[in-house]
Design a protein around this ligand. Structure first.
Ligand code: ATP
Length: 222
């Protein structure tokens, strides 16, 4: 489905979102007050304009309110990021995603109505740290303070060749397996049924409490 996106701020974060969205066939309006940045994206974005997004009239004349998604990718100028987020939300944009520079900034963005707040450095640091401390955890995505999604590799022989039911997975670990990635298989097994057999080196994509993920991680070590 084709949706319309407007990106405010063409730093590394906004720029990379812009490229990926265009590559996946989406329509993207790219806005930055720095002319050099806009020139860089002139041939990439569907439209690229030099504009100060803090100016309400400018946002209105660009027709921001008609976009399905607005991504506020301004980092350093926290005041600008907050003001732009507030204005686009007030104009009625259905989904506004904003990049936060720190925890305080993130909380303000959430309070003023950002639908999604991302903190790329913190989130990526978190993912990498989990991967570094455990050889079983390949990826980790925080969903809230308490819940996460993790990809765990099956390295304990007690799991090999058993069905999810035989492992009594949900009862024992209080986790849901949302997908299994299998070596040599291009497509993952999505929402596996209880009779799915778990094999050595399978990657289990699980969702649940952090404590439960840690427990499963421990059990993988024997
Ligand atoms: P990244 O880490 O993604 O490279 P950053 O955290 O360094 O980004 P900034 O460089 O502060 O973020 O901002 C990203 C872009 O947003 C810059 O290109 C900047 O010119 C643009 N920008 C900042 N304020 C405004 C504004 N009011 N209107 C339009 N663009 C803006």
């Amino acid at each position: 489905m084709k949706r319309s996106f407007a990106i405010v701020g063409l730093g590394r974060f906004g720029g990379s979102i812009c490229r990926t969205l265009v590559e996946s066939g989406q329509e993207v309006l790219a806005i930055d007050n720095n002319e050099d940045r806009v020139n860089e994206y002139m041939n990439i974005a569907t439209h690229a304009v030099v504009a100060n997004a803090q100016d309400e009239m400018t946002l209105r004349s660009l027709g921001i309110r008609n976009f399905d998604y607005v991504i506020v990718a301004i980092g350093e100028d926290i005041q600008a990021s907050i003001l732009v987020t507030l204005m686009v939300k007030e104009m009625g944009v259905p989904t506004v995603l904003a990049k936060a520079q720190n925890e305080y900034h993130a909380r303000v963005l959430e309070k003023i109505g950002a639908d999604r707040v991302v903190h790329p450095e913190r989130d990526m640091g978190n993912r990498i740290a989990h991967n570094l401390v455990s050889r079983n955890i390949l990826d980790y995505l925080e969903l809230s303070d308490e819940y996460s999604l993790a990809e765990i590799v099956v390295t304990n022989r007690k799991f090999y060749g058993k069905t999810i039911q035989e492992l009594d997975f949900r009862q024992r670990f209080d986790l849901n397996i949302v997908a299994i990635r299998r070596v040599g298989k291009k497509e993952p097994i999505v929402t596996p049924t209880a009779d799915e057999v778990v094999l050595q080196d399978d990657h289990l994509v699980v969702i649940g409490k952090d404590v439960s993920i840690d427990y499963l991680d421990e059990k993988m070590n024997g």
